[in-house]
Write a protein that binds this ligand. Structure first.
Ligand SMILES: CC(C)(COP(=O)(O)OP(=O)(O)OC[C@H]1O[C@@H](n2cnc3c(N)ncnc32)[C@H](O)[C@@H]1OP(=O)(O)O)[C@@H](O)C(=O)NCCC(=O)NCCS
Length: 154
């Protein structure tokens, strides 16, 4: 039987988070290790601001993660990453639902995110969970790729 565990990211996970992100995104888009060190330096402080994040473990193996930035009643999904061998099993959806429930309890009313216009799996995932496209930002990503800004009221 598959055992699934969701837990808070800690600073000790920085190396593993960086490893997964480097697999999930091309080098010009993935965060560097130094960027993750900075991003996760105050991860999951018990307050209504700052960086929040969770890891999903499948049979005790780290399979993906989600990171959001909260600013009181608004939050932005920074990224959700699932390792290729764990995709199409509902884990991305599970992580996003889990983060939304956490943010709801933590007073958040609206979630925003940016996603590359050519990232069909992610756009479908967000649409499925009720995110709507607000606008398009030209050349947001390297390679002149535009981004959709999406929003959900939770
Ligand atoms: C986007 C991502 C997180 C999806 O994770 P996942 O665990 O495979 O997704 P799930 O199995 O939970 O799928 C949930 C929904 O997402 C959509 N989806 C997922 N993979 C898809 C694909 N390859 N093509 C089209 N839609 C897809 C579907 O709507 C799916 O619902 P369905 O199974 O009822 O059709 C994963 O592909 C990933 O890590 N990609 C690389 C990193 C990335 O781009 N992250 C988003 C940053 S903005």
């Amino acid at each position: 039987m598959t055992k699934i565990n969701l837990r808070k990211i800690t600073r000790d996970d920085t190396e593993e988070i960086h490893r997964i992100d480097s697999i999930c995104f091309p080098a010009d888009i993935a965060y560097t290790f130094t960027e993750f060190l900075y991003l996760l330096r105050h991860i999951n402080q018990p307050c209504t601001r700052g960086i929040k994040g969770f890891i999903i473990e499948v049979n005790s193996k780290t399979s993906g993660f989600i990171i959001a930035r909260q600013n009181k009643k608004h939050s932005e999904i920074i990224t959700v990453d699932i390792l290729p061998e764990f995709r199409h099993k509902g884990y991305g959806e599970k992580l996003l639902n889990f983060m939304e429930q956490f943010l709801t309890k933590n007073m958040v009313k609206y979630i925003f995110l940016e996603v590359a216009v050519n990232n069909e799996p992610a756009i479908n995932l967000y649409r499925k969970l009720g995110y709507q496209i607000l606008k398009e930002i030209d050349a947001y990503y390297p390679g002149n790729i535009s981004a959709f800004v999406m929003k959900k009221k939770i």
